[in-house]
Design a protein. Structure first.
Length: 259
């Protein structure tokens, strides 16, 4: 059972941010700050940014000449949720799992070389530590957040029309290596690396169209990667990926339902 610190313990003043601390078991705790949640698990901190739900047009942006046939435009409505400010880092993975099998090592690097099932095992252990219900984003949640949600400016990449500002790709200081998270500009929701760095698993099976038949063994990955052309880092680009495979270019980001 978690303990909630009553907000009356804090000084009420317009210049202060009210901070709520949620004490969690097994060396984990969370703070609510300015609408977002900051979690700490075994000394490793990560932030979940709030996304205000709404109705949006999922799929290719108007006038995008790079759009593929599977970027079918259709209307989607989402409720509020939280999404990771960054991709899951190697230090968080190691804190939860004990071992880090990423090929390109670094505490602040995105975890990679993981299968879909390995991601789910990590999430199950994280949920046990925090007594929360973290999960992978749906494809719609991922795209809505990448586009900036209700604050969207309609850019091709997550936060800019210039991929060099927001995405590590083959056109941005390419050295065949992903980079520490959060180094480039964030998008409208304060989210980093939703374009470039590493591909990110979504919960959905890949479908060519919203009402199409799901592909066996292939989940959706989004966002492009450091070794891809920038076109694959567009916020609407979709890719199918065998859930059993592991590559240095594929990681993931967390989602948490509103509390």
């Amino acid at each position: 059972m978690r303990t909630v610190v009553n907000s009356s313990f804090f000084t009420h003043h317009s210049s202060f941010i009210i901070l709520c601390c949620l004490l969690l078991p097994l060396g984990a705790f969370a703070q609510k700050r300015a609408g977002d949640y900051i979690f700490k698990v075994k000394g490793v901190e990560f932030r979940m940014n709030r996304v205000e739900g709404g109705t949006f047009m999922m799929g290719a942006l108007p006038g995008d000449t790079l759009a593929d046939a599977d970027e079918v435009r259709h209307e989607v409505t989402l409720h509020d949720y939280y999404i990771g400010q960054t991709e899951v880092t190697q230090e968080l993975w190691e804190a939860v799992m004990g071992k880090n099998r990423s090929k390109q090592r670094g505490e602040k690097m995105p975890v990679e070389y993981v299968t879909y099932d390995m991601c789910q095992e990590f999430i199950a252990r994280l949920n046990q530590l925090t007594r929360r219900h973290f999960r992978l984003p749906t494809e719609a949640e991922w795209e809505y957040a990448a586009k900036g949600g209700r604050k969207s400016k309609g850019t091709l990449y997550a936060g800019s029309n210039d991929p060099a500002q927001v995405a590590y790709t083959t056109s941005k200081d390419f050295d065949d290596h992903h980079k520490p998270v959060g180094q480039l500009a964030p998008n409208e929701l304060g989210l980093y690396d939703m374009s470039g760095n590493v591909w990110e698993f979504c919960a959905d099976w890949y479908r060519k169209a919203p009402d199409g038949k799901p592909s066996s063994n292939f989940h959706v990955i989004r966002g492009g990667a450091y070794d891809c052309d920038a076109r694959y880092s567009r916020v609407t680009n979709r890719f199918m990926y065998d859930q059993r495979r592991r590559r240095m270019e594929v990681g993931f980001r967390l989602v948490l339902d509103t509390l």
